[in-house]
Ligand binder design. Structure first.
Ligand code: NAP
Ligand code: MG
Length: 499
């Protein structure tokens, strides 16, 4: 079994405690590799290395085009190992090989490249919108890297999330300490291996494997860290924000969701039904922006439900290493218990079970859950309010669009959403009324490296991807150059000097 190491200051090293543990394949429940368990001391070493590299200006002071060249070498190395990475990601996270080989790894690499290319175009010089003191001063805004950026990522899309934290931070000149989720550490370590001999100065990228309570909390409290970017649950987001407040770090958060899908009565049902299924059951529902609340108009309710009952049977649960399998297990035993608990709550609160409702009997091993649909769900029910992070869809009937939009917005979350309608101007008008960071029209889940992604309300703070996401990795400096180089013209000095 392969034994991995931490990546600190440009070297692969063991944890100072020497402690290791196995990482498990959720589909087989078998160990697949050994990983070190980092201590707070290991984390501090990584943070100090990142700080040294940043302060040396070896990377932060390098021309952005030179940084881009080095980062593109990493992209090429990742491309060369695409198939192997897809297998590692599938085994470590329980995602199907169909998904990791078609989406996670190639799109992750594509995002890496797009973010580097976009980062090269972010101007470091911005003029002011108008000249405030003509001919007296020259004022401009200079954008520079923030410093040491901590990235804390979840287990649902381990490779993609590592890319989203590393690529924007590095192209903008920052140094990074990345903490993958305990359950899915391997692809981030493989990414570090790809980066190791591409020319990054030591300490610019560090990957530390360990728990949120030890490694994560050190990253959020250490005064040498300038920014923390977390993707994870809203509960962890609150904790991270509180911890980071002690040293007033910049914080960006991508948190939970309970995204609404509004089906209009003029929707193309072949697109809307499959779209609702894709929106919910993709990666066994372990996607933060999953469309877990589906609002269906009374006018077409029976037809919609008839079709969804049939189409859901085309989701194929099975061996995640088989390309025919379309849905894998949830990530861990704990997550399995959590999802089954919510299904039980759904039943108890009176929702009607349409399909699924438990573990598939044909799977003897692995943390699988059947695609589960409840109907006649009240928008106030627990399964319609809380993020389940499993393959559970709540269908909610509505009478008119105002009611559907009001229910869609009646949530503490505001991450994503979708509208299905053939009338595009109407769908855009509805999208504008949904209080979430992304709305898809006649689609779901398609994230674009050039468009911002993030949450309203308790789904997050700040944005990732696109120019907006890159700017989150910059600090803004105002430079004022005095042009009136004669003492007599500087009348404001006389506010304090009376001579
Ligand atoms: P989580 O606890 O929020 O974990 C996300 C990341 O934060 C992990 O790397 C985790 O480390 C770390 N972390 C946990 N506690 C921390 C702390 N006190 N300080 C700093 N970092 C900390 O999410 P989870 O346990 O993986 O999943 C729980 C629920 O979160 C899911 O059921 C789902 O509702 C939600 N979730 C949301 C997303 C999303 O993208 N919105 C992704 C995953 C999960 P360790 O895991 O290594 O301890
Ligand atoms: Mg694992």
């Amino acid at each position: 079994m392969k034994a991995y190491q931490l990546y600190i200051d440009g070297k692969f090293v063991d944890s100072e405690s020497g402690e290791c543990r196995p990482t498990i394949n959720p589909a087989t429940e078998e160990p697949i590799a050994m990983v070190p368990v980092a201590t707070a001391g290991d984390t501090r070493r990584a943070i100090e290395a990142a700080r040294r590299s940043f302060d040396s200006r070896a990377w932060s002071g390098m021309d952005v085009r030179e940084r881009a060249k080095i980062l593109m070498r990493i992209v090429e190395k990742l491309k060369d190992r695409q198939d192997e990475l897809a297998q590692i990601e599938s085994a470590d996270s329980g995602a199907t090989i169909r998904k990791t080989s078609m989406m996670d790894i190639p799109i992750g690499i594509e995002h890496f490249k797009a973010l580097v290319e976009l980062g090269e175009r972010v101007p470091s010089y911005e003029p002011l919108p108008w000249i405030d003191m003509p001919a007296v001063s020259w004022n401009f805004v200079h954008r520079e890297p923030i410093g040491v950026c901590a990235g804390i990522i979840p287990w649902n899309f381990p490779f993609m999330m590592a890319v989203w934290k590393i690529a924007p931070a590095l192209i903008m000149g920052n140094s990074v300490v990345l903490k993958p989720a305990t359950d899915t550490p391997l692809s981030a370590l493989e990414l570090a291996a790809a980066a190791a001999d591409c020319g990054l100065p030591p300490g610019v990228l560090n990957v530390v494997i360990g728990s949120g309570s030890v490694v994560g909390e050190e990253l959020c409290t250490n005064p040498l860290v300038d920014k923390v970017a977390l993707t994870g649950s809203t509960e962890t987001g609150r904790r991270v924000m509180k911890l980071a407040a002690e040293t007033v770090k910049k914080v960006t958060l991508e948190l939970g969701g309970k995204s609404p899908t509004i089906i209009c009565d003029d929707a193309d049902l072949s697109i809307a039904v499959d779209g609702a299924l894709f929106g919910t059951f993709f990666h066994a529902g372990q996607v933060c922006e999953s469309g877990t609340r589906c609002f269906v108009p009374a006018l077409i309710y029976d037809e919609f439900m008839g079709r969804i009952r049939e189409r859901v049977t085309h989701i194929r649960i099975g061996d995640t290493a088989d390309y025919e399998t379309t849905m894998g297990p949830v990530v861990s035993k704990a997550q399995l218990a959590r999802v089954l608990g919510y299904i039980e709550t759904g039943r108890q609160e009176g929702a009607r079970l349409v399909c699924g409702g438990g573990r598939p009997s044909e799977m003897k091993k692995g943390w699988f859950v059947q695609p589960t649909i409840f109907e006649e769900v009240s928008n106030g029910a627990t399964i319609a309010r809380e993020e389940i992070f499993g393959p559970v869809l709540s269908v909610i009937r509505y009478q008119n669009l105002d009611e559907a939009i009001a229910m869609a917005n009646d949530s503490m979350y505001g991450l994503g959403g979708a509208v299905f309608s053939k009338d595009i101007p109407k769908a855009i008008a509805i999208a504008k009324r949904i209080r979430t960071g992304t709305v898809w029209i006649n689609d779901f889940h398609l994230l674009n490296a050039l468009a911002p992604f993030g949450g309203y309300k308790q789904s997050g703070v700040g944005r990732e991807l696109g120019p907006h996401g890159l700017l989150e990795y910059t600090q803004v400096k105002h430079i004022h150059v005095d042009l009136a180089l004669e003492r007599s013209k500087k009348f404001w000095y006389d506010y304090i000097l009376n001579d």
